[in-house]
Design a protein around this ligand. Structure first.
Ligand code: EZ4
Ligand code: CO
Length: 403
């Protein structure tokens, strides 16, 4: 079999998505998710200009060699745009191979290690009572694990909280990024009160998670992790930005609150110290942003050796194709923890019809060969790309800060 054509689609069915379609000379095709929130056209152009010509004529089953070709062969390594491009190509090739062999994709990854994939959803509110209501609603839907983000008294806007009633969506349409304003002290004083209230109302049974979104110093993170200990979080996410992996030693030494990191990582070299020093409990890399199945399988194997679990990132800016990739990965590995699932709008789901279904907070795959997701090209054509960005963040005195 040979790769005959590769196409890139950029569309905006409520939010932007980049989709790759690789078709073989036998008419079998595979789909991949190349969406990188706020940098969509960079990945699309990278694939179009620099990858497609080298893919034409290749055997689509040679996933390992094609991965090495685009990683080692390119000289300029790592990086979000590069690895999202490689990830999309890799996912599409595995989808194609599984379809050609007429098996669900997870069968190529070792089969099923469990029957369903446990997910967590988001509950958020501008105030504490609104947040408590949101948690109640999610618990009633049967979710067993809920990420809790709340507005902080004295802060105008904050990561994770919807500005309108339409639900939280991190990307904001416009020509330049919106700006948010941050005060660490207000956040640190409020977060323990939030989780004290949550445990008091909801008891011990539900799993609660929280995302600090890369805004704390190692010592601030240690303080918060310690103060949250009595409330037994499932995890505290992205306490400190992850470029300096050694920074987590201090948090680890000072608290037993489980730690998670990795949604912005894209290679094994972003997490090898986290893994080998057991500095975190969960790695949040996603299949589409981390070079696809070929690379994620290797990361999961290293993490398994050091008793670290995988917990893929699953926000709305990963398309249903990327979500399905995360699901096939999660169901097949032994060291799976939990997967984030924000869900998608009805329109997005219509553009990407899929077989996975959510029941009582877990996602179930069907037996469709490949990933089990389609791309409705005709419908997608009606929704042209609209530039949108993640916000940037400044401290109250104007200093540029981490978002
Ligand atoms: O900020 O997906 O845990 N989930 C998150 C997400 C990310 C966005 C970035 O595109 O932190 O909301
Ligand atoms: Co996060």
């Amino acid at each position: 079999m040979k790769i005959e054509s590769v196409k890139i689609f950029v569309s905006c069915p409520d939010r932007n998505f980049v989709t790759i379609k690789i078709t073989s000379d036998e008419g079998v095709y595979g789909l991949g998710d190349a969406t990188l929130n706020g940098r969509e056209l960079a990945v699309a152009t990278y694939i179009e200009e620099y990858c497609i010509p080298s893919l034409i004529g290749r055997d689509p089953f040679d996933t390992e060699d094609i991965w090495q070709y685009f990683y080692k062969g390119v000289y300029w390594r790592r990086g979000a745009v590069n690895m999202a491009a490689i990830g999309a190509i890799d996912i599409a090739l595995w989808d194609l191979k599984a379809k050609a062999l007429k098996v669900p994709l997870y069968q190529l990854l070792g089969g099923k290690s469990r029957q369903q994939v446990l997910t967590y959803c988001h509950a958020q509110g501008k105030t504490l009572p609104e947040t408590m209501d949101a948690i109640r609603q999610k618990a009633e839907l049967g979710y067993q694990a809920i990420r809790v983000q709340s507005g902080v008294p004295g802060m105008k806007s904050i990561y994770g909280i919807a500005k309108s009633s339409k639900g939280y969506e991190p990307a904001i349409k416009g020509n330049v990024p919106a700006e948010e304003c941050w005060d660490t002290n207000k956040y640190l004083n409020f977060a323990p009160k939030l989780f004290a209230a949550v445990r008091k109302d909801f008891g011990e049974d539900l799993h609660f998670l929280h995302d600090s979104h890369h805004r704390l110093s190692p010592n601030e993170a240690a303080r918060l992790a310690k103060e949250l200990e009595p409330f037994h979080l499932f995890w505290m996410e992205d306490a400190v930005r992850g470029e300096l992996q050694e920074a987590y030693r201090h948090i680890r030494k000072n608290s037993t609150t489980p730690l998670a990191i990795g949604e912005v990582f894209n290679t094994i070299y972003d997490c090898q110290t986290f893994i080998t020093e057991q500095l975190v409990d969960y790695l949040r890399m996603s299949v589409p942003h981390t070079g696809g199945f070929t690379h994620m399988k290797k990361i999961a194997a290293l993490a398994e050796t050091y008793l670290v679990n995988m917990a893929p990132h699953g926000p709305s800016d990963i398309s249903p194709i990327g979500i399905a990739a995360n699901l096939h990965f999660s169901i097949s590995i032994n060291n799976f923890g939990i997967m984030e699932y924000m869900g998608h709008s009805d329109l997005t789901n219509e553009v990407f019809p899929h077989g996975y279904v959510l029941k009582e907070g877990s996602l179930y795959l069907d037996e469709t060969p490949g990933l089990g997701v389609e791309y409705n090209e005709k419908l997608a054509e009606k929704y042209a790309y609209e530039k949108a960005f993640l916000p940037v963040n400044r401290k109250e005195d104007g200093t540029m800060f981490d978002w």
